[in-house]
Design a protein around this ligand. Sequence first.
Ligand SMILES: [Zn+2]
Length: 260
Amino acid sequence: MRPTQEPATGAALLAIVPHPDDEAFGLGGLWTRLAAAGERTVLVTLTRGRGGRSLGLCPPERLGDLREEELREAAEILGIARLELHDHHDYVPDGDRGVPRDPGLQAVPEERIVPDLVRIVDEERPAAVVTFAANGSNGHPDHVATHRLAHRALTRADHRPCGIYHYASPDPFDGPARDGFLTPERIRDGWRPPDRRIELTRDELAVKLQALACHRSQALSVLGFARRLTERLFEETFRAATPEGEPLDPDGPVRTVDRL
Ligand SMILES: [Zn+2]
């Protein structure tokens, strides 16, 4: 018989994301805060992000290596205690990336990923888990798949975190349609406003910006984020979810908290 709630004696935070850089945008300050408090934090990245843009910094076929280096630097700066960098396929659109089109995580059999996630959840016994919402925040197919895979693992693991959270933007998505992504309408339909807000200190913001700056090959994404979602640089927002991935309290108001 599985207990409904176990004491949180393990890691303070486990994040499950698909790409190098997903850890820094919405979570850079919280990693820093927890590490400064001496807490253990764990990051699982499911792909090496070889489907992104290389900006000419390396040959396209070496982008995964470069992004792995960038992520290791960022994780060090953020004080992440354990980095699990997995090497599953990520989404590559048609066009100019210099590597063949690939459907990415959505086409990887669940049984090649979920058992590893279950093992990590049960080893680390995290108090809080963060992953993407069902709309993937921006409809990216790897973000959408990561939501599904993470929640499969959370419903299968023996350990039950005290809290499960999705990245939650304060405003609905207003970006353009993109090849292979959910449509803007579906992204907006799946949007839920945040119910947790963490305000970063000046020192935390400085560390977060240093971590973001490690992702040199993704400079255009970093700059686009800074331009469109400026307030999320110094404020990190989340929505509590059930292990199955539904909003825990769909109409709950936003509260400012010190940590998840
Ligand atoms: Zn991503």
